[in-house]
Design a protein around this ligand. Structure first.
Ligand code: TXA
Ligand code: MG
Length: 332
């Protein structure tokens, strides 16, 4: 399916977490659909992490105002090592706490299949081997990393049972795999292992003390008051930033500029653009989100000094798209 966001089911199916339910959930993920699934921390809003359309649909279902990087869930440490580069510290933490409520942010491997949208354009990837049986069975059956933020609408409390998920997302996702109440009830601890000492990005299911016991030192962080936006100014700068300058809401194009379009609006002088990509001919923000990072990269590769972006409405995912483009446009 090229655009799961536009074919949201009228009603979300409730699947029992038995063999048949797990097989059905895996089939839905394979079809690019979204399935909430029980981890030991909270229910995750799962989608194929390798498919930018599915990942865009996650942001749309959550109504997230910006593209926070998402955790990719994998069935075991071996599968995690295929997606990220594990140094000494990451290996020790993985060995001590996986499966379990720990997420490791590591450099993305050269061959990572986790798409850029799931990583919010960062060169790193967040990986977790969840501890619940249904989650591990689903991940093993699906065979690809599953992107999964908590299965609530943005700004609402994380769900710890299937009914909570339905309260927020009924009709917005294909199914919920019902595994009863989650054991931990609090999100995973997020630790960055990006060289140098490991840093705590978000407190959670694994305590600081337990991390210290394994690593032998107290971790620094979290830095920001809002621990759900652990990407402080330093990290923000490493979000994908094109070489070209980015100009938003362009109503006219100078010759030689690269042009990012949305829908059927054409800025004056668009014929003189050096390269053109339309994020969504149909003006569909979910489709546009899925294409955003690839489009930035392609337009940058044209060698243009400036990427001009035609107006994109800020409704729905448009807000997140504009947020991301605004960061790409920020002076540096
Ligand atoms: O327990 C959990 O962690 C749940 C279950 C479903 O696994 N998931 C969850 O996901 O809480 P989410 O998307 O709500 O939180 C992901 C956290 C955010 O704080 C995000 O900023 C951080 O991980 N994160 C993800 N990738 C990152 C990266 N590359 N660099 C820094 N932080 C990252
Ligand atoms: Mg959350």
């Amino acid at each position: 399916m090229s655009n799961p966001g536009s074919t949201v089911p009228a009603e979300t199916r409730l699947l029992t977490a038995d063999a048949a339910g797990i097989a059905e959930a895996a089939a839905l993920l394979r079809a690019g659909r979204l399935v909430a699934f029980p981890t030991e921390t909270v229910y995750g809003l799962g989608g194929d992490a390798t498919d930018p359309n599915a990942v865009a649909a996650i942001y749309a279902a959550k109504a997230r105002p910006s593209f926070n990087p998402l955790i990719s869930h994998v069935p075991d440490a071996g599968a995690a090592r295929a997606q990220g580069v594990f140094g000494e510290e990451a290996n020790r933490l993985a060995e001590a706490f996986w499966p379990g409520p720990l997420t490791l942010v590591v450099p993305a491997s050269a061959g990572t299949r986790v798409c850029e949208l799931a990583r919010a354009g960062l060169p790193s990837v967040a990986l977790r081997v969840p501890g619940s049986e249904p989650a591990r069975a689903l991940l093993a059956a699906f065979g690809r990393p599953v992107a999964g933020p908590s299965a609530n609408r943005s700004g609402r409390v994380s769900p710890t049972r299937a009914a909570h998920v339905l309260e927020d997302l009924n009709g917005r996702i294909a199914a919920v795999l019902d595994g009863g109440d989650t054991r931990v009830g609090l999100e995973s601890t997020v630790v960055a292992c990006l060289g140098g000492r490991a840093r705590l990005l978000r407190p959670g299911g694994i305590t600081r003390e337990r991390l210290r016991d394994v690593l032998g030192y107290d971790l620094e962080g979290p830095e920001a008051a809002d621990t759900h936006t652990p990407v402080g100014p330093g990290l923000l700068a490493s979000h994908y930033a094109p070489n070209a300058a980015v100009r938003l809401d362009a109503m006219r194009i100078a010759p030689g500029e690269a042009l990012m379009l949305f829908g059927d609006f054409r800025p004056e002088g668009h014929d003189a653009a050096r390269a053109v990509v339309n994020l969504s001919e149909a003006g569909d923000a979910t489709e546009a989100a899925a294409r955003l990072f690839g489009a930035l990269r392609d337009l940058d590769a044209s060698g243009a000094a400036t990427i001009a972006v035609a107006p994109i409405p800020s409704e729905g995912l448009g807000e997140a798209i504009r947020d991301r483009l605004g960061r790409a446009a920020a002076p540096r």
